[in-house]
Design a protein around this ligand. Structure first.
Ligand code: PLP
Length: 395
């Protein structure tokens, strides 16, 4: 059976063949433990890990010693937020974040609230942007951390991270960004963004699953309490035998992104525009969710009025793999909390589809998807009790 076109690159990306090739020796003959200091097996593993650390650092313009390997961005977010909260408890108990963050940030903050921390969840505007002035106003003498994502995983909006980072620095507050959906896709330089901590995930950038990194600014002493106690790996911040093949894969994926993203972003923007124009030329009552310009090149999030998103996804499933929101919440029937936060009403939120274009998406695929979406939206609209739906939408 022919597999559907893959347009869900925010959920995960295919492993790049060159990444697999780089990893394979470390799954077979080069199986050493990177902490083994007494023989060649350990040395070659350690060398590979340090090369990967350089590759990851280079992509975000950091220094290798500022990179901590983790099991993925969920762990990186937890380590950044809980690590700062626990280490700076003596200084304060207040954290600032936003309502549209990924669950890895939101649920970490909720867990900290149960431990006596106070969290401010800032609202966003209709395009998904946090107002940097709201951040400034929310800072108190008890604020120890601000965590605002770089790119939203549902609507693709690129947050004003550099502005917020400057405000954090001005007030002597640490600043973390979940950059999972931005790294390797748009410019992402830790100094330009004024970040102290930054989360990365391997499987969103054509690397393996189960590997990620946390950038931790040096040299000023940034205290971080580890989540995991043990052998003291990764400067004591992340104990546990290093996942050498995963780390090598992440490094290679970062190296490829560094070479490819500038051209790739131009190509994806063009394809995304083709998709948007192709759909909206043929269909009325299609609404763009997120920011019209400040969005990551591979993201298009559209609401198709008078159509149930789930029904549309189901009718398209043999042609194209899509999602209605983030993978972790797509099995719930609640409308997306991100779309709610930007003020999309529930009916339109239920009709939203996220198109996630990627490195291997072709123009021919986009044209196939346009035709399938147009055909199926028309068919579903013809079946739907439009009078009811129009009344529900207040038209
Ligand atoms: C913005 C964002 N943060 C964090 C994560 C979690 O990353 P991982 O799968 O590496 O734990 C994701 C993945 O869905 C994401 O999109």
């Amino acid at each position: 059976m022919k597999r559907p076109i893959y347009l869900d690159h925010h959920a995960t990306t295919p492993l790049e063949p060159a990444v697999l090739e780089a990893m394979l020796p470390y799954l077979t003959e080069k199986f050493g433990n990177a902490s083994s200091r007494t023989h060649a097996y350990g040395w070659e593993a350690e060398e590979a890990v340090e090369t990967a650390r350089e590759q990851v650092a280079a992509l975000i313009h950091a220094r290798p010693e500022e990179i901590i390997f983790t099991s993925g961005a969920t762990e990186s977010d937890n380590l950044a937020i809980k690590g700062v909260a626990w280490a700076y408890r003596d200084k304060g108990n207040h954290i600032i974040t936003a309502t549209t963050e990924h669950k890895a940030v939101l649920d970490t903050c909720k867990a900290l609230e149960k431990q006596g921390f106070v969290v401010t969840y800032l609202p966003v505007d209709r395009t998904g942007l946090v107002d940097p002035d709201d951040v400034r106003r929310a800072i108190t003498p008890r604020t120890i951390l601000i965590s605002i994502m770089y790119v939203n995983s549902e609507i693709g909006t690129i947050g004003p991270v550099a502005e917020i980072g400057a405000i954090a620095r001005e007030h002597g507050v640490l600043f973390h960004t979940d950059a999972v959906q931005g790294v390797g896709k748009i410019a992402c330089e830790v100094d330009a963004l004024h970040v102290d901590l930054l989360s990365i995930s391997g499987h969103k950038i054509y690397g393996p699953k189960g590997i990620g990194a946390l950038y931790v600014r040096r040299p000023q002493r940034l205290r971080l309490q580890p989540l995991i106690d043990g052998g003291g790996h990764e400067r004591g911040l992340r104990s546990g035998t290093l996942n050498v093949p995963g780390i090598v894969g992440l490094g290679k994926a970062c190296e490829l992104c560094r070479q490819l993203w500038p051209e790739e972003s131009v190509r994806l923007r063009r394809l995304r525009q083709r998709l948007y124009e192709g759909i909206t030329r043929e269909l009325d009552d299609v609404y763009l969710n997120g920011h019209p310009e400040r969005r990551v090149p591979g993201n298009l999030n559209l609401s198709f009025a008078y159509v149930e998103g789930e029904a549309l996804l189901f009718s398209l499933k043999d042609v194209v793999a899509l999602s209605s929101g983030s993978a972790c919440t797509s099995d719930s029937h609640e409308p997306s909390y991100v779309l709610r936060a930007i003020g999309v009403d529930d009916t339109l939120a239920h009709s939203a589809i996220r198109f996630g274009l990627g490195r291997h998406t072709t123009e021919a695929e986009i044209d196939t998807v346009i035709a399938a979406v147009v055909e199926n939206v028309r068919r579903l609209r013809a079946l739907a009790p439009i009078g009811d739906l129009k009344a529900r939408l207040g038209r």
